[in-house]
Design a protein around this ligand. Structure first.
Ligand SMILES: *[C@@H]1O[C@H](CO)[C@@H](O)[C@H](O)[C@H]1NC(C)=O
Ligand SMILES: *[C@@H]1O[C@H](CO)[C@@H](O)[C@H](O)[C@H]1NC(C)=O
Ligand SMILES: *[C@@H]1O[C@H](CO)[C@@H](O)[C@H](O)[C@H]1NC(C)=O
Ligand SMILES: *[C@@H]1O[C@H](CO)[C@@H](O)[C@H](O)[C@H]1NC(C)=O
Length: 367
């Protein structure tokens, strides 16, 4: 029971500290001590003093492979010199095996490293951070080695080739590609990432984002595509567990079409469309979900059209509409009606400089 609590606590700590974070997780930092691993009958691991552990208890199967439920005495990491400058660390308490390839010197070296014989091919995480050398992540580079959490963040990476991440199709839950120079990503392959929960390709140089490529990603909860200056084509549909979608700071011009974000998710809580030059939003553009926040700040809306926005506000949603050229004529009188929907609109000013919430409702009496 205690182990479960520790593991649960660890998962919480890890998922908090694992986000976009350059600091090493303190739980992982002291490397591994194989001799501390003890595996109980039910497969859960328990840290026990090393002198209790008896090496002769390690079972090796007929075929020479170790019992799958624990590593035994042999460290799961490959020999350090075989994979340098990548660094493998293993935390035996939580059975977490991480690979940090941030110091890799070029594409060939990375490819060569993964030709090493890895005792275990299933890593928990891969990190390539603040690397100035890699421009291309080549097809097949990981040579069958898989990762669950992939942090390829703040590098100079330009191209991710088709099949570069093929070994992770069935394992990746987090794919963070933030702050690179990515112009080419294999969107056609996205639907193969069956467990993908977080996808973040913000702060890159994509010119087109095909929204249809995300259709049917049933595990996807967080989708971040902000700050790409990309044209978003197609629609985001059939994403039944989506919570947040951020498309901010992409030059989506003119009109948001019907069913642009129709995920079918009842957990949808945030749609970010700020900084996009949007002139109008068609009625029925988004899912209608209680508590949904739609951020339309920094766009080119001249009105808050009743047919479009009333359904979201009536359902308990909120709308951010700051920094839009709102004219504030009879077209917004509906916000001042008895149902007080104005209260669910945040921070909006009219072009004449008046704060929307300060307008005297009686000015709409003749509308
Ligand atoms: C990964 O390696 C780089 C360079 O070798 C190092 O600066 C960084 O702190 C490491 N990150 C983690 C999380 O260990
Ligand atoms: C592993 O643990 C044992 C006993 O706790 C200790 O004596 C040994 O120094 C540890 N080894 C490493 C590499 O931390
Ligand atoms: C380990 O197991 C061997 C064989 O079963 C036994 O002879 C030895 O005394 C054990 N050592 C410890 C420290 O328990
Ligand atoms: C890797 O796979 C083995 C065999 O299935 C398993 O025992 C081990 O826990 C896995 N390692 C990690 C880090 O998930």
């Amino acid at each position: 029971m205690k182990t479960h609590i520790i593991i649960l606590l660890y998962i919480v700590v890890r998922s908090v500290s694992g986000q976009l974070n350059d600091h090493q997780n303190p739980l992982l930092s002291d490397g591994y001590n194989q001799s501390k691993v003890h595996v109980m009958q039910d497969g859960h691991q328990d840290p026990i003093p090393s002198d209790v552990y008896n090496q002769s208890k390690v079972h090796v199967k007929q075929d020479g492979r170790h019992q799958p439920e624990y590593y035994g005495y042999e460290p799961p990491c490959p020999d350090a010199e075989d994979i340098a400058p990548c660094v493998c660390t293993y935390d035996s308490v939580f059975n977490v095996m991480d690979l940090n390839c941030s110091a890799v010197e070029n594409e060939d070296q990375l490819k060569q490293i993964f030709k090493t014989d890895f005792p275990f091919k299933n890593f928990t995480s891969l990190r390539i951070e603040h690397n100035k050398n890699l421009k291309v992540l080549e097809a097949g580079v990981f040579n069958g080695i898989s990762f669950e959490n992939i942090y390829i963040v703040s590098n100079k990476l330009e191209v991710i080739e088709l099949q570069a991440l093929d070994s992770c199709h069935e394992t990746a839950t987090e794919l963070y590609l933030i702050n690179n120079k990515i112009t080419s990503f294999p969107f056609d392959e996205l639907s193969l990432f069956s467990k993908l929960r977080d996808f973040d390709i913000s702060y890159n140089s994509l010119s087109v984002i095909p929204a249809d490529a995300f259709h049917g990603l049933t595990a996807l909860e967080y989708l971040y595509i902000s700050d790409n200056n990309a044209d978003i084509v197609g629609t985001f549909q059939d994403l039944p567990n989506l919570r947040d979608v951020y498309l901010n700071s992409n030059p989506i011009t003119t009109t948001i079409p019907v069913q642009f974000i129709k995920t079918g998710s009842s957990d949808l809580s945030s749609i970010g469309l700020s900084g996009n030059n949007i002139v109008s939003v068609e009625p029925g553009a988004f899912d209608i979900v209680d508590g949904l926040d739609i951020d339309m700040d920094h766009n080119s809306l001249s009105t808050l059209d009743e047919a479009t926005w009333r359904p979201y506000l009536e359902a308990g949603g909120t709308l951010e509409a700051n920094f839009n050229p709102l004219v504030c004529g009879c077209d917004i009188a509906w916000l001042f009606a008895e149902d007080q929907l104005l209260e669910q609109v945040y921070n909006a000013w009219c072009t004449d400089g008046e704060f929307l919430h300060d307008l005297d409702p009686s000015i709409f009496d003749n509308c």
